[in-house]
Design a protein around this ligand. Structure first.
Ligand code: FES
Length: 77
C-alpha cells in the first residue's frame, strides 16, 4: 500500500507595482531563457525590471531604477 500524495497548495503569484512578482508555493521558477531555478523559500520575489544582479530573483535594484525614473520625470525629461 502506498501513502496518499501530500495535498498540494496552489501557487499564488502577486504583482507588486513597479517591483517584482511574489511567488508563493512554487517548487521551480523558469526564466525567460527556459532555465529552471529551484525555489527554496515559501515566497520568492522574481525580478520584472530585468536589472537585478541575481536574476531571476529581485535584489532590490528596481527601487533605484524607479527613483531615477521619477527624478528624470521631475526634471522634465
Ligand atoms: S524587480 Fe526588483 S530588482 Fe528587478
Amino acid at each position: 500500500m502506498t501513502a496518499a500524495p501530500a495535498e498540494r497548495r496552489p501557487v499564488v503569484v502577486t504583482a507588486c507595482p513597479d517591483g517584482p512578482v511574489l511567488v508563493r508555493g512554487a517548487d521551480v521558477v523558469q526564466d525567460a531563457d527556459g532555465a529552471s531555478h529551484a525555489v527554496t523559500r515559501p515566497v520568492v520575489a522574481v525580478c520584472t525590471c530585468r536589472r537585478s544582479g541575481r536574476m531571476p530573483w529581485c535584489d532590490g535594484t528596481h527601487k533605484a531604477v524607479e527613483r531615477a525614473k521619477r527624478r528624470k520625470e521631475q526634471q522634465g525629461g
